[in-house]
Design a protein around this ligand. Structure first.
Ligand code: UDX
Length: 452
């Protein structure tokens, strides 16, 4: 029996979102060409190698290549045979302001319009300010008869990107209202047929709502994290324990335990810039006051970094200059090599500026961190970073750090002091092994010992 070929798809922009989307669409049986203007990225993907670390992606790219239904190119002309085109380019924060930079979206749309055929469907997945999709839809419709736009935001988390793409919590379609829109919707439903058949909820709405779902979700998640971090500050003042507090709050199913991990706060390529762009957009819409709480969410989050620096300073009795520090983790979260707006790297850089000798170890993010912060030292293992250290800082909760043996690590350090910025270690085990244990939002480790 001939192999099913599904729909012929183009994916414009092959970063985290696009590369994963392209490979996932092949896994669903479609034929895909990924277009990325960066030849290095496009070549790497064509060779079956993701230009970033994402669990499972290399295997999926290799499987995709083996089917003969996945290829990559830098030339938009190669997208001409596709009938469904996914826009997956980035929308970073603009230089010097909070607004999203739409340069990549603009140029991707302009390129796409040059090759658009009648009845083609363009699917917007990039995170954009509300109101962007309607303008793109007008241009798509004007470019070719029967062609239309659907806004279909992506909610993937780095580290779980493949899983989030193939088994998402929900699918959202922002669509127009006429016959042309109805046809485009049917086409996209066919593309996602397997995912929808497995019972994934589909929400069909208008463009603005679809755009808002994405930024509102990220704003809510960021607020949840800053909320629990504010509670952590209060816990410090009254000898409360923010981990136990989060556990207790999380049992209320209206609240839920996920995204209530207090610590160093959020970073990465999405939450920080998305809440800022959302505030900016609200201001443009005349609703300046509506999202001012997000400014506080941002401030609480950035303060976590200062508080971490101060905590380490106090562990060193104020004397940071000339001390040796081991920083475990450089990526913005575990299972990722992404260092964009990484809280871990920000803390490492700040302590270096105060005169400390900072030795960083990260299982995956070393190359990227070294490029961004060459002033720091880098090592190939946690043990090497910790050798001779006056304080060990756990800043990203990679599994290999949360399972470290306090006794083995204790053998190589200059002083048994650990700052657990992610509340990821067992304070009893570490203090029991003779470590001075410090974290954010939990009582002094002594109380844990009393209770043990
Ligand atoms: C996020 C959204 O989760 C995803 O739906 C969206 O599509 C893109 O942005 P991502 O940036 O991959 O995904 O990371 P996420 O897992 O959300 O974590 C963001 C940051 O929050 C990380 O720095 C993480 O360490 C931090 N975090 C997360 C906390 O500090 N506490 C928590 O409880 C959860």
């Amino acid at each position: 029996m001939a192999e099913p070929t599904g729909t012929v798809i183009s994916v414009i922009g092959c970063g985290y979102l696009g590369a994963v989307h392209a490979a996932s669409m092949v896994a669903l049986g479609h034929t895909v060409v990924g277009i990325d203007s960066d030849p290095e990225r496009s070549d790497a993907l064509a060779a079956g190698k993701a230009p970033f670390y994402e669990p499972g992606l290399d295997e999926m790219l290799a499987q995709g290549q083996a089917t003969g239904r996945l290829r990559f190119s830098t030339d938009i002309a190669d997208a001409a045979e596709a009938t469904v085109h996914f826009l997956c380019v980035g929308t970073p924060q603009s230089h010097g302001q909070h607004a999203a930079d739409l340069t990549y979206v603009e140029s991707a749309v302009a390129d796409l319009l040059t090759i658009l055929k009648p009845d083609d469907v363009v699917v917007g997945k990039s995170t954009v300010p509300v109101g962007t999709a309607a303008g793109i839809a007008d241009r798509v419709r004007a470019a070719a008869p029967g062609a239309d736009l659907i806004w279909n935001p992506e909610f993937l988390r780095e580290g779980f990107a493949v899983e989030d793409t193939l088994t998402p919590d929900r699918i959202v379609f922002g669509v127009g209202r006429d016959e042309v829109a109805a046809r485009a919707r049917t086409v996209l439903e066919q593309v996602y047929a397997d995912i929808l058949a497995s019972g994934t909820p589909l929400i069909v709405t208008n463009f603005s709502t679809a755009e808002l779902v994405k930024v509102a979700a990220n704003a809510f998640l960021a607020t949840k994290i800053s909320f629990i971090n504010a509670m952590a500050d209060l816990c410090e003042l009254v000898d409360g324990d923010v981990v136990e507090l989060a556990d207790a709050l999380g049992h209320d199913t209206r609240i839920g335990r996920r995204f209530l991990n207090a610590g160093l706060g959020f970073g990465g390529g999405c939450l920080p810039k998305d809440i800022r762009a959302f505030m900016h957009r609200a201001g443009e819409l005349g609703a300046d006051q509506t999202l001012t709480f997000l400014r506080e969410v941002d401030i609480i989050n950035l303060r976590r970094r200062e508080q971490s620096v101060l905590a380490v300073q106090s562990m060193l009795r104020g004397q940071v200059a000339g001390r040796r520090l081991a920083v475990l983790g450089a990526s913005f979260k575990p299972d990722s090599d992404d260092i964009r707006d990484s809280p871990a790297l920000a803390v490492a850089e700040a302590l270096h500026l105060m005169g400390a000798d900072v030795f960083v170890y990260d299982p995956r993010a070393r190359a990227a961190a070294e490029r961004k912060s060459p002033q720091l030292h880098y090592t190939d293992s946690a043990l090497a970073a910790a050798t001779g250290a006056d304080v060990v800082l756990l800043l990203t909760e990679w599994r290999e750090f949360t399972t470290l043996d306090p006794e083995a690590l204790g053998q190589v350090v200059a002083g048994r002091r650990i700052f657990d910025a992610r509340n990821a270690l067992d304070p009893v085990a570490w203090t029991g092994a003779g470590w001075e244990y410090r974290c954010l939002g939990r009582p002094s480790a002594g109380r844990h010992l009393d209770q043990a």
